[in-house]
Design a protein around this ligand. Structure first.
Ligand code: PSU
Ligand code: MN
Length: 305
């Protein structure tokens, strides 16, 4: 049974032990509208390459778990409508039944791990939703970070989530939440928040060493790196907060639930900011791709055990 299908470029990099950075596909299909999603996907890959690493965008196409997509495959995914959103529970079912779907952070981590890729760049992770005490809506991304040994570079979690509760759950699960270069937790569109970051690291080499140290100690799970959005592209917290509140109210009024919640909120926030949130989103993903490539380079230079 072939577990995954690497692109020729990814296969060569994995064979040679050169740096590889995994990229998710739900951000393409559910996170941004066409054609900006396609443009973002291409720019992220180019940024990883500029950083000396090979990009591996992950998705399930007709049941095959692809690790590294061709330009045509990315284009088809970016244009497709009603693509399934595959998290941990859905991934094997989609593969067994020949379906096409985009991988979330959780499913991308699983695929990366299966392929031997240790670093993954994205925008934002899923977390504990506001009102989770009623809805129980907690993303499977958090459990995945506790189990799967991949270092995930994000820009913090979106304030569509309950950030303090998200931090509490990650702490319970033993996931290191590491702010890059600052003491506060970045909050996706905003570079800072009023939440102190549980951990701080200032260079890619140290992040790579901590990744190796977890493995050496026999600890399962990965690391979450929260990399602040570049100031020039940031939206101040005071500006974005009322927009988020309005989008959440609308989601509740419309009865949006479960997997549909995150895509609905992202779409409404984009509309309510007149597209500005999208520019911020693209800038922070590129920034995360740069840091992930550095970490991957440090990891490939470091001994495997
Ligand atoms: N947060 C974002 N952008 C995204 C997502 C989350 O800022 O595109 C996507 C990611 O793929 C993440 C998923 O893994 O949504 C989380 O979905 P859920 O909350 O249903 O687990
Ligand atoms: Mn959910």
């Amino acid at each position: 049974m072939t577990l995954f299908t690497p692109s020729p470029e990814v296969a060569a990099a994995l064979d040679a032990g050169t740096p590889v950075v995994a990229l998710e596909s739900t951000i393409i299909t559910h996170g941004m509208p066409y054609p900006r999603n396609l443009e973002m996907a291409a720019r992220v890959e180019a940024t990883v390459r500029d950083g000396g690493a090979t990009p591996a965008t992950i998705a399930v196409l007709d049941g095959a778990l692809h690790v590294g997509l061709t330009a045509d495959q990315t284009e088809a995914l970016a244009q497709a409508r009603d693509v399934a959103k595959l998290s941990r529970a859905d991934l094997p079912v989609a593969m067994a039944t020949g379906r096409t779907g985009a991988t979330t952070v959780a499913a991308t981590m699983i695929a990366a791990r299966a392929a031997g890729i240790e670093v993954f760049a994205t925008g934002g992770i899923g977390g504990v939703h506001r009102g989770a005490e009623q809805s129980f809506d907690i993303s499977a991304d958090l459990q995945e970070l506790a189990q799967t040994a991949v270092t995930v570079v994000c820009a913090g979690a979106k304030a569509i989530l309950d950030l303090p509760k998200t931090l509490e759950v990650l702490e319970t699960l033993g996931v290191p939440v590491i702010a890059y270069g600052q003491d506060t937790l970045p909050a996706f569109w905003s570079a800072t928040s009023d939440l102190p970051a549980p951990l701080r690291m200032d260079d890619a080499g140290a992040i790579a060493r901590a990744h190796r140290m977890r493995a050496a100690l026999g600890l399962p799970g990965g690391q979450l790196i929260a990399n602040p959005v570049p100031e020039a592209a940031a939206i101040p917290e005071a500006e974005i907060a009322p927009i988020i509140a309005r989008a959440i109210d609308e989601a509740a009024a419309a009865g949006i639930e479960r997997k549909a919640v995150t895509p609905f909120l992202l779409g409404r926030i984009l509309e309510l900011t007149g597209g500005r949130s999208l520019e911020t989103n693209i800038a922070l993903v590129l920034n995360n791709a740069r840091l992930a490539a550095q970490i991957a380079a440090e990891l490939s230079g470091a001994p495997a055990k």
